[in-house]
Ligand binder design. Structure first.
Ligand code: UDP
Length: 235
């Protein structure tokens, strides 16, 4: 396996499957099986989970809700998703710990960096819920932050498209995919990989990002094994 310790970012929307809202248990089970394959190979897996399938603070604010309160709701949504993913991983036979950036002690461990690393060393999957614990941030920023903190080799952004394109492939038939691209070119070309805060944090810390289609069977395994799947963003 090319990577020994990875940070997998899954958006909340990924958990919806074909639904319009919430969580699809079958999709969760599929993800858990994909994760198990790499855990069985000795890869240390940390996951940051989004909350967009349940609530986004920006969406609430656009309807007149207080932004900070909305973001708190969004962060709680990520904890809900984290619990669901933890359940699915345990059903698949993977030892899993959920750590939350916001204190919710009866439900999840608090985020403690050293403890998270210890879990990883013992072969446990660590799911980070609660984002960064701060409003006005996203779970992409949380993913980069946690990846740096635990010294992950790479961030794997699992999406429903198979990489970064010259334009949105769901809208433009002429869009072409990059196999590799530099951080600088992503910014120059105005491509959307992550929000700017998350993206520049990754760039400054020289942490590569691979965007790939998580919904295709075996893709996670292939990426971690070092196959050229998706798009790799490098320095
Ligand atoms: N959120 C936040 N701070 C964080 C991470 C998330 O306030 O550090 C809130 C924010 O309202 C966000 C919501 O949680 O809209 C869900 O996260 P995100 O939109 O990143 O989820 P995804 O798009 O990955 O499903």
């Amino acid at each position: 396996m090319k990577y020994k310790r990875i940070l997998l970012k899954l958006s909340g929307e990924a958990l919806m499957g074909n639904r319009q809202y919430g969580i699809d248990p079958q999709r969760l089970a599929e993800y858990a099986n994909e994760i198990k394959r790499i855990v069985d190979k000795g890869v240390q897996v940390a996951i940051v989970i989004g909350g967009g399938n349940i609530f986004r603070g920006v969406a609430g604010a656009s309807k007149g809700m207080d932004r900070v309160q909305g973001d708190h709701m969004g962060m709680l949504a990520t904890v809900i998703n984290g619990l669901a993913l933890q359940g699915a991983c345990e059903d698949a036979g993977i030892q899993t710990r959920l750590q939350s950036a916001i204190q919710i002690n009866e439900v999840a461990e608090p985020f403690i960096r050293r403890r998270a690393i210890r879990h990883l060393e013992k072969g446990r999957v660590v799911i980070f819920g609660g984002g960064t614990g701060n409003p006005y941030f996203t779970t992409d920023s949380a993913a980069v932050l946690r990846a740096i903190e635990i010294n992950a080799d790479v961030i794997l952004k699992g999406t429903r498209v198979d990489g970064i394109y010259t334009s949105d492939p769901e809208k433009d038939v002429n869009a072409t995919k990059f196999d590799f691209i530099t951080f600088e070119d992503v910014l120059k070309k105005g491509l959307k990989v992550m929000d700017t805060t998350a993206f520049t944090l990754s760039q400054e810390n020289e942490l590569p990002i691979i965007v790939f289609d998580m919904n295709k069977k075996d893709n996670l395994y292939k990426v971690v094994a070092g196959e050229n799947i998706g798009t790799r963003v490098n320095l």
